[in-house]
Design a protein around this ligand. Structure first.
Ligand code: BGP
Length: 458
């Protein structure tokens, strides 16, 4: 039996844009996803857009009961900025205040610890129209929005989160064309990254001003970059990949400053962002209280095979090639590598290089396409998910035994939810969602998760 420390948190994460859905009179404004879906629905899997999702806005009371039924002692969701302030920077939507208050009270009434994220890839469209995160005024609008949230819900939220995986909108929006504005513009991408970090640090400051005992962190998708070999060129590739992928937000958020090597690289490409001298002080003085870590798959890299085309736009990957390790273990239903030891390695890195700051594993999980084929006697028999969770928990447990300061495990996710361009392709939930009639059914993993939580281990 593997037993976790007393008061270890067991639960799951979701986000507003991926679960709430919309009603015609709910007062929500468009975010970039709403807009993009209207413009280019063909980009979304099966043309399922963000307006439908799993209708948490209407069914939250019942859904919160599923948290209890699946053993949650912690739950993480996000406020949709475009629901709370439809145009991003103007009037507050009273219906949104009432909705989130009801949800949060419902979570707390069930004895569940509440983690609330302010931003899960969902910029209000009105702000995107003015340049989005490239424009410094978005930082000011975000700070105002964050302060409104702390004042409205600070009495009831246990842990705040400034951003979820902030590197993802940078990579996907300005390099790989997978998030709106879907451009290739490295200069803009780096400016967006800097403004996002500044906004996060300003939110930390505002949070502590509103409530000196409030706790606030950032959620990062951390994976060590594993080199193909110990050859110096592979090691260099891994070091640089990690600088861009992980340390670009980890270091300023936890240590208050950017790694010098990263700054030098960006300078060498003449891509330093615009900033004001005081910004660096704001970042220095407002580090997070704790970290959220999302981990799904490792990043494996090798030295590049080819020299970069000097005329092509800059990509961080001019310094590394992605590498498929022969014999890697795969999740065949999602196409991602499974490498449980990544959890242990992240824990060790945080312990050794980031002052062993308190952290929570805020996302880990197994997406499965075509999951209905695993239904037997009316229930999805997702033993693969149970094994996946157990295997990761073994590594986490080992790290905790060796002193890692991890306080909880949150699965992605509790009810199958909508996912960006993938819509409902990959199912992750402890609870199955039938998109046709919006009915919910607990999967085998949901029943098992309750036992896991009750036993505080397995
Ligand atoms: C994470 C995001 C989540 C969720 C998850 C699964 O990176 O924070 O929002 O989408 O990935 O992704 P997918 O559905 O593409 O497998």
């Amino acid at each position: 039996m593997i037993t976790f420390p007393k008061d270890f948190l067991w639960g799951s994460s979701t986000s507003g844009p991926q679960s709430e859905g919309r009603l015609p009179d709910d007062g929500k404004g468009d975010n970039t996803w709403d807009y993009w879906f209207k413009q280019e629905p063909q980009k979304f899997h099966n043309q399922v857009g963000p307006e439908l999702t799993s209708t948490f806005y209407e069914h939250y009371e019942k859904d919160l009961d599923y948290l209890v039924e699946t053993g949650h002692t912690a739950f993480r969701t996000s406020i949709q900025w475009s629901r709370l302030i439809p145009d991003g920077d103007g009037e507050v939507n009273d219906k949104a205040i009432a909705f989130y208050r009801n949800v949060f009270e419902g979570v707390k009434a069930r004895g569940i610890e509440l983690l609330v994220n302010l931003y899960h890839f969902d910029l209000p469209m009105c702000l995107e129209e003015k340049g989005g995160w490239i424009n410094r005024s978005t930082v000011d609008a975000y700070e105002r929005y964050a302060r409104i949230c702390f004042e409205a819900f600070g009495d009831i939220v246990d842990r705040w989160i400034t951003f979820n995986e902030p590197i993802v909108p940078v990579e996907c929006g300005y390099f790989y064309q997978l998030h709106y504005p879907a451009t290739v513009d490295p200069k803009a991408g780096i400016q967006v990254a800097f403004h996002t970090q500044l906004a996060s640090s300003l939110a930390v400051k505002a949070c502590h001003e509103v409530g000196s005992d409030y706790k606030i962190g950032i959620v990062l998708n951390l994976t060590p970059a594993y080199p193909r070999s110990q050859h110096p060129a592979d090691l260099k590739a891994a070091r640089i990949a990690e600088l861009f992928q992980a340390k670009s937000f980890l270091d300023p958020s936890v240590k208050g400053e950017y790694p010098e090597e990263l700054v030098e690289l960006i300078k060498a490409h003449d891509l330093l962002p615009d900033y004001q001298e005081d910004d660096l002080r704001v970042i220095k003085e407002n580090c997070v209280d704790y970290l959220g870590v999302n981990y799904y798959q490792p990043l494996r890299v090798a030295a590049t095979k080819h020299l970069a085309n000097p005329e092509a736009p800059f990509f961080p990957s001019v310094y590394f090639d992605h590498y498929e390790m022969p014999g890697r273990k795969m999740n065949p239903h999602r196409g991602w590598e499974i490498y449980e030891q990544g959890v242990y390695d992240i824990a060790r890195d945080i312990k050794e290089n980031y002052g062993n700051i308190e952290w929570i594993l805020t996302e880990n999980g197994m997406g499965v396409e075509g999951e209905e084929k695993f239904r037997e006697n009316g229930m999805i028999q997702d033993d693969y998910r149970i094994d996946f969770i157990k295997d990761h928990l073994r590594e986490l447990h080992k790290a905790i035994e060796e002193g890692a300061n991890c306080k909880g495990y949150l699965l992605w996710t509790f009810i199958d939810c909508w996912s960006w361009l993938n819509s409902y392709k990959n199912r992750y939930g402890l609870v199955e969602l039938d998109l046709k009639d919006q009915s919910r059914k607990i999967k085998k993993s949901g029943k098992w998760f309750k036992e896991l939580s009750q036993n505080n281990g397995f």
